[in-house]
Design a binder for this molecule. Structure first.
Ligand code: NAP
Length: 484
């Protein structure tokens, strides 16, 4: 199979926060890969912007070191890396002051697509948006890309939306949720809406329940200060898990177009029932022999912030009434894995008798590691000895099915940045979606603080607190194993 790389139009991409962690780990190495693949045109330019006083050459050295550190394999292509670095520039700009903006304006070229990536703290979003307009750096065709967290509740998300809307149209605002840029997430839509096979079964008549798991083995790391004011609910559920839930549950949009898709996602969020307190479990990881506890990590011995959350959600609409959605995410769990599992109902009657056991079809959609899908089907166990049934996977691992091309699949950030340049908002969150997600999340978080809810401790390397297992057991179901 030959991969098709369609070059995007020429652009000037300004990365505010170009010297920061996200830029160095994800954005800049990702842009280099797009350049090396031939997708980024020779006239494309990347302009780092931050307060640090640096020359272009110093910034280029920083970019080179970032690519070498975070993508050593791609960095071996030294010829392309050197050409890419020629496309990189730097301007010292203070988001909150007037210094540097004039110089940035002089560097930007007319008649090019202009994109401004806000890879800075959200408290700077409004100031940057305002100055882009004050200094006449952005027109109606310019795009801005904003990072998460997009607010910490409905009120702050609304305020952020308002401050961006003062200067930019919704069609210019790209709110990034990198989960939406993952290959499997888009494949989920391809599988659902490109095949006749699944959609007729995609409802409460045939689907027993759906599980969405995003498990990490790492703790809060160096992000303790931020994380302790956020927690798993704000950091993961309100955005990433919610987006996955929307894509799995939404009605088929009339076409694959940004607003058609986002309208359908919004309807899912609005159809979510409030979550009852007994349908949600919070946890905090305890210390192990080798690792510190959550409270030690965040240096807050009285922290009540959750590093784990599991919940049972219900969508009140015709398609999903009666099919629960179980969501869980946490840190310091058994394995690093992200999976959506669609668990189908049992066959209404087993012609093979009770001894054949209970067998269920499960469609497992893996986001990481090893992006791919597996459909569990029941077959006869080979060999003599009567009709014994066994579940086997019909496996579609991208790496195997697509061969070497699968390795060329761009990572989420690369794909999303190219979508910004192409002007395609399908995989970005719209303002009303983000607000609806907060409107659903806020009462849950407020309920915890009103009840002085204390998260349950759980062992590092486990599947979370026992209460999370009980959440499923009470319903006669069980979580899928957390494994890589
Ligand atoms: P970071 O490492 O702290 O970097 C912040 C960047 O902003 C630096 O380049 C800093 O450079 C610049 N900056 C700070 N104040 C500025 C000002 N007044 N004017 C202009 N530039 C300024 O943060 P980060 O981890 O890269 O995160 C950036 C954003 O992405 C945040 O919103 C974060 O929540 C989000 N995010 C990060 C990650 C991640 O993995 N890191 C993941 C998801 C989302 P100077 O100090 O030189 O100005």
């Amino acid at each position: 199979m030959v991969s098709r790389v369609i070059p995007v139009d020429s652009f000037d991409l300004v990365i505010f926060g170009g010297t920061g962690d996200l830029a160095r780990r994800k954005i800049l190495p990702g842009l280099f890969r797009r350049y090396a693949s031939g997708q980024m045109p020779d006239e494309g330019r990347i302009i780092g912007a931050a307060r640090s006083d640096m020359t272009c050459d110093e910034f280029r050295t920083m970019v080179k070191e970032a690519v070498e550190e975070f993508d050593p394999k791609s960095a071996k292509d030294t010829e392309n890396l050197s050409k890419f670095l020629d496309r990189v520039f730097y301007v010292a700009v203070d988001a909150k002051g007037d210094g540097g903006w004039k110089e940035l304006g002089e560097l930007l070229r007319p008649d090019m697509i202009r994109a401004f990536y806000f890879s800075v703290a959200p408290s700077l979003f409004g100031a940057i948006a305002e100055r882009l307009k004050t200094f006449d750096l952005a027109d109606d065709d310019s795009r801005i890309v904003v990072e998460k967290p997009f607010g910490k509740d409905l009120e702050t998300a609304r305020a952020l939306n308002r401050s961006l809307a003062e200067h930019f149209l919704e069609s210019q605002i790209y709110r990034i949720d990198h989960y939406l840029g993952k290959e499997t997430v888009q494949n989920l839509m391809a599988v659902r809406f490109g095949n006749m096979l699944f959609e007729p079964l995609w409802n409460s008549q045939y689907v027993d329940h759906i599980q969405i798991t995003v498990a990490e083995t790492v703790g809060v790391g160096g992000r303790g200060g931020y994380y302790d004011t956020s927690g798993a609910m704000r950091d993961m559920v309100q955005n990433h898990l919610m987006q996955l839930l929307c894509l799995i549950a939404m009605e088929p949009p009339a076409k694959f177009d940004p607003d058609a898709v986002r309208d359908e996602k919004l309807k899912v969020i609005r159809a979510l029932d409030p979550v009852e307190p007994h349908h949600i479990v919070r946890g905090q990881y305890a210390a192990s022999d080798k690792t510190a506890s959550y409270r030690e990590d965040v240096e807050n011995p009285r922290s009540f912030t959750e590093s784990f959350v599991a919940m049972r959600c219900a969508i009140s609409n015709w398609r999903w009434a009666g099919t629960p959605f179980y969501l869980r995410t946490g840190k310091r769990l058994k394995a690093r894995t992200s999976e959506i599992a669609v668990v189908f109902k049992d066959a209404p009657h087993s012609i093979f008798g009770a001894e054949a056991g209970v067998h269920r079809n499960v469609l497992s959609i893996r986001l990481q590691p090893n992006e791919g899908m597996t459909l569990g089907v029941t077959i006869k166990e080979p060999g003599p000895g009567g009709m014994r049934l066994v579940d086997v996977p019909l496996d579609m691992s991208f790496a195997e099915a697509l061969g070497p091309d699968a390795e060329e699949v761009p990572d989420a950030y690369e794909r999303l940045i190219m979508d910004v340049i192409r002007g395609n908002q399908t995989l970005f969150m719209r303002g009303d979606e983000v607000e609806a997600a907060w409107a659903w999340t806020d009462p849950i978080i407020n309920g915890w603080s009103n009840r002085n809810d204390v998260p349950k401790p759980y062992d590092t390397g486990s599947a979370g607190p026992d209460d999370a297992l009980m959440l499923m057991h009470r319903d006669g179901r069980r979580w899928r194993e957390i494994k890589e």
